[in-house]
Write a protein that binds this ligand. Structure first.
Ligand code: PMP
Length: 351
């Protein structure tokens, strides 16, 4: 009742069903099916006794570890509470009512909500009929640009040269490339940040690094861009990466081989899943993410989502134009994907 009128129309993000326990196979929120590496638990444990002290607001150790891992300077890295917070800071820093954002019509849903809460107008650029993104639609648009590469929920990525061209033709605007899913087979645009001061690469520990619940996101870009984001962070939420999250992040980078090996397992399971779903009559996009976007032929996507839930498997569906015939299915372990195969066979009455 005290909420300002301007906030009354704010849409609410509808997250995937959160079923803690209950024996569900969770293929609905693009989490990793693998737990964090052993060093993470030990590192978090060490922080617990120090919780009476504030965490390092500069995330120094984490930024240094990331800088070494990715071959950039620590001043080119910023960390925050999940990549959602990084994205929010970036929207705040680079856009407002007079500085709109251009983005695909089908993409990560939170961009819409961040923009709505900040009063930022959006120019939604439709993906092609086959869900591919035509980079020429973004060349010279003269607005802040954001999209994931690979895109979600399609899983399609565009090559580096096209990202470079988008950045080159929008020199006065920031181009935000959300690389939440890049470790599953797409090419990172990180190598371009030296040439393009306006290019911001956003990453997360939530997918390939098995730590969605720790809330660690980071971004890399020119020192100028990172310093702009620090200005926002310092005025909004300086301590947003907890002691435990910072320590977990550093430990995970130390054990990066474990995570990269898991990415390879997920890619293998994705190839299996794509073939399996096609055999079951689905139309499946060739995804480079830890998920596939697939259209069943034997029944509606909404009905299949419901039926899978009845059998203990959660998948994601949006009742939204252009995509309501599709399900987004997260790639879990091979065993989980085989369970999905068996469940679909039962549902379609073929078992
Ligand atoms: N970007 C994309 C494309 C996503 O799909 C997600 C989460 N599903 C995020 C960003 C946010 O991830 P997090 O805040 O957990 O880092």
């Amino acid at each position: 009742m005290f909420l300002l009128d301007k906030h009354r129309g704010l849409p609410a993000y509808v997250p995937g069903d959160h079923e803690e326990g209950g024996g569900f196979i969770r293929l609905n929120t693009n989490e990793s099916p693998y737990p964090p590496s052993p060093g993470v638990a030990a590192a978090v444990e060490r922080e617990i006794g120090k919780l009476n002290y504030y965490n390092d607001p500069d995330c120094t150790a984490l930024r240094e570890a990331l800088a070494r891992r990715y071959g950039v300077a620590p001043s080119q890295v910023i960390a925050a509470n999940g990549s959602d917070e990084i994205l929010y800071f970036a929207f705040m820093a680079f856009s407002d009512g007079e500085h709109p954002i251009a983005l695909p019509d089908i993409t990560y849903g939170y961009y819409d909500l961040f923009a709505a809460s900040l009063g930022i107008p959006l120019e939604k650029i439709p993906l092609k009929a086959d869900f591919t993104l035509d980079y020429r639609d973004y060349c010279g648009v003269g607005k802040t640009i954001v999209f994931p590469n690979p895109n979600a929920p399609t899983g399609y990525a565009i090559p580096l040269e096209q990202i470079a061209e988008i950045a080159r033709t929008n020199p006065d605007n920031v181009v935000i490339i959300d690389e939440a899913y890049v470790d599953f087979g797409a090419e990172s645009a990180l190598s371009l940040i030296g040439q393009h001061e306006n290019l911001l690469i956003v990453r997360t520990f939530s997918k390939s690094r098995s730590m969605a619940g720790a809330r660690i996101g980071f971004a890399m870009g020119s020192e100028a861009l990172i310093s702009d984001l620090e200005t926002i962070r310092n005025s909004v939420n300086l301590y947003s990466v907890s002691r435990m999250a910072q320590a977990a992040g550093v430990a995970a980078i130390r054990e990066d081989d474990y995570y990269m090996a898991n990415c390879r397992r997920i890619i293998e399971a994705r190839e299996f899943t794509t073939r399996m779903l096609r055999d079951q009559g689905f139309e499946v996009l060739d995804s480079l993410g830890n998920f596939v976007f697939a259209k069943p032929s034997a029944m509606s996507a909404a009905a299949l989502k419901f039926q899978l839930r009845e059998r203990g498997i959660l998948v994601r569906h949006w009742d939204k134009d252009r995509i309501r015939d599709y399900l987004r299915i997260t790639i879990g372990t091979m065993q989980e994907m085989q369970a999905l195969d068996a469940a679909i066979e039962m549902i379609f009455g073929r078992a």
